[in-house]
Design a protein around this ligand. Sequence first.
Ligand SMILES: [Zn+2]
Length: 63
Amino acid sequence: MCEKCVEIDERIAHYREMAELSGGDALTILSIEELVKDFEDQKRVLHAGVGGSAANSTKQSSH
Ligand SMILES: [Zn+2]
């Protein structure tokens, strides 16, 4: 986790909140879920740098 992840998480939380506020409107929820998926992808890309599972050992390299 890093600043960018935190920022993305905040956005995800914000969109989830909007989904709830929509009162269960299916279209709204669907498009928000799509956005959230994009954000999750962005987080994965941010940390996809080195070989996958052992990424913790390289904490100080890119961020
Ligand atoms: Zn991060």
